[in-house]
Design a binder for this molecule. Structure first.
Ligand SMILES: [Zn+2]
Length: 86
């Protein structure tokens, strides 16, 4: 029965060592994903891109206000609004 005693002793020792181990540091919580923007979207009539309705680049043409992704698109629209306005 010496083998069993040795085995139990080894097991007890192992368990004791195991208990003394410091647990691995918890993984840092992932940063919360930014909330999906609920801002209204408008289509850039020149390039067809989605632009926030509160974007600074906009132009009133008739009854509608058009929004643009860039100054370049705004300039194109200004040059020929009839071509892009729908
Ligand atoms: Zn554009």
């Amino acid at each position: 029965m010496k083998t069993l005693t040795t085995l139990l002793l080894a097991a007890a020792l192992f368990a004791a060592v195991g208990c003394g181990k410091t647990p691995p540091p918890a993984a840092p919580a992932p940063a919360p994903a930014p909330a999906a923007s609920t801002a209204a979207k408008e289509k850039d009539p020149v390039c067809g891109m989605d632009v926030a309705a509160n974007a600074p680049l906009s132009m009133k043409e008739g009854a509608k206000t058009y929004h643009f992704c860039s100054q370049g698109c705004l300039d194109k629209f200004k040059a020929d609004p009839k071509k892009y306005a729908k």
